[in-house]
Design a protein around this ligand. Structure first.
Ligand SMILES: [Zn+2]
Ligand SMILES: [Zn+2]
Length: 243
């Protein structure tokens, strides 16, 4: 009987905690007022030098300027920044943010982007924040576009307008991993449409959750430049390594 009462009190307190502190650390799930818990902050691996001067991927060789992907592809964007390396526990948190409806993680991630890179936003003189769009079918199934959540928060923090009318997804893409590089390029070429409106913006920031090979961001950047945008930059939460 006593045990049952104690359990009930415990449960009640837990519920009260959830009401008072409805946030959990996105990386370990610990309940905290808001943000990232201290122990996770200590273990998360932030992107650090030496980095690729183009995409910002960490590289091993300090003598090199660019990562292997950028050396090969010469991407059409100017520069990019990401907060963390795409490995445990960041990859898991991004997975939950995208596929398990943990939308509020997006605000925390965008706060980190702003904390770290508000200087870049000023230096690059960004005029528009543009989230990488999802196909409408995917967005309807998921209920939201994770890149849009990041972009909306960053727009609120920085005062730079969020533009959802510049890039559209026209094609429904199958996972890029299943394709060879030529097929991949072809499919991506047909997957995005950039509107004429883009020509009014000089400096644009694309925002997405992860940067891997840069194929998606590169494709959009190329199309934006064809429409008259002068400079394209990007932010992502995490990035792979580029040796
Ligand atoms: Zn944590
Ligand atoms: Zn690079």
């Amino acid at each position: 009987m006593q045990k049952r009462i104690i359990n009930l009190i415990k449960k009640g307190l837990q519920k009260l905690g959830e009401v008072l502190y409805p946030y959990r650390c996105p990386f370990c799930g610990k309940m905290i007022p808001e943000g990232i818990c201290d122990s996770c902050r200590n273990i998360l691996e932030e992107v650090s030098e030496p980095c690729c001067r183009k995409c910002g991927k960490p590289i091993r060789n300090e003598q090199k300027e660019y990562c292997t992907d950028c050396e090969k592809r010469k991407p059409p964007f100017e520069e990019g920044r990401s907060v963390w390396l795409h490995k445990e526990p960041v990859n898991q948190a991004i997975y939950r943010f995208k596929y398990q409806n943990q939308r509020y993680y997006g605000n925390l991630f965008a706060d980190c982007l702003f904390e770290k890179f508000s200087g870049e936003l000023k230096r690059w003189q960004i005029e528009a924040i543009v989230p990488v769009p999802l196909h409408w079918k995917k967005q309807r199934r998921r209920g939201y576009n994770q890149a849009e959540i990041l972009g909306a928060r960053l727009s609120r923090l920085s005062g730079i307008p969020l533009r959802l009318d510049l890039v559209f997804r026209t094609g429904y893409t199958i996972p890029l991993k299943q394709l060879n590089p030529t097929e991949r390029r072809k499919m991506l070429q047909n997957a995005f449409y950039v509107s004429e409106e883009a020509a009014r913006c000089r400096n644009v920031l694309l925002i997405d959750d992860i940067y891997t090979s840069g194929a998606t961001i590169g494709t959009i950047a190329r199309k934006m430049k064809q429409k008259g945008v002068s400079k394209v930059y990007f932010f992502t939460i995490s990035i792979g390594q580029g040796f």
